[in-house]
Design a protein. Structure first.
Length: 173
């Protein structure tokens, strides 16, 4: 009986020693520090209908402007299971540097591309991006069933062509 107790307690003692002697691996918001002008990564993630969050597509499945080449970010198992599909963008955002009205690209949409955007707008698609692991959401566009003027009749579909980023830093102790 003494040997059985030793066999059971030895792995428990080893596990306890390893648990308390291994360096802890914790993450927090304070782990990343940027200096003024440092590049802060912005990744596009996914698009999908707001009313069905499990139905998602890659961001560039819609005909947005994209970098050449599109580089997929290596993801953790949790990100993969969550349906994340992170990829690089054309946006160049630097820490604590203001930008005003920068054009990423100019693109004439083909009929099929207009139809893709129209379907996304009708289905109330949102997009998701990550700015230094901070999730950012927005809508692809909006539908207006009635016009604001008397002379215009019918449904109007608006594609949001401009994205405005306002990020603020919080003071530290």
């Amino acid at each position: 009986m003494g040997n059985e107790a030793l066999q059971i307690s030895l792995p428990l003692v080893l596990l306890t020693i390893l648990t308390f002697s291994a360096p802890s691996a914790t993450a927090s918001a304070s782990d990343r520090r940027y200096n003024v002008g440092d590049h802060v990564p912005l990744f596009v993630n996914k698009v999908g209908p707001l009313n069905n969050p499990s139905e998602t597509y890659q961001y560039y499945d819609l005909p947005f402007c994209y970098p050449d080449p599109v580089i997929q970010k290596k993801e953790s198992i949790g990100e993969v299971l969550n349906g994340d599909r992170l990829a690089n963008t054309l946006y160049q955002l630097n820490f604590r540097q203001d930008k005003n009205g920068e054009r990423l690209c100019q693109k004439k949409l083909k009929v099929a591309e207009v139809a893709k955007f129209r379907d996304a707008i009708v289905n109330d698609f949102y997009f998701q991006m990550y700015y230094d692991d901070l999730p950012v959401w927005g809508f692809v566009g909006k539908v207006e069933d009635e016009s604001w003027t008397i002379s215009d009749k019918g449904t109007k579909y608006y594609l949001f062509k401009h994205v405005v980023f306002d990020f603020f830093t919080m003071g530290t102790k």
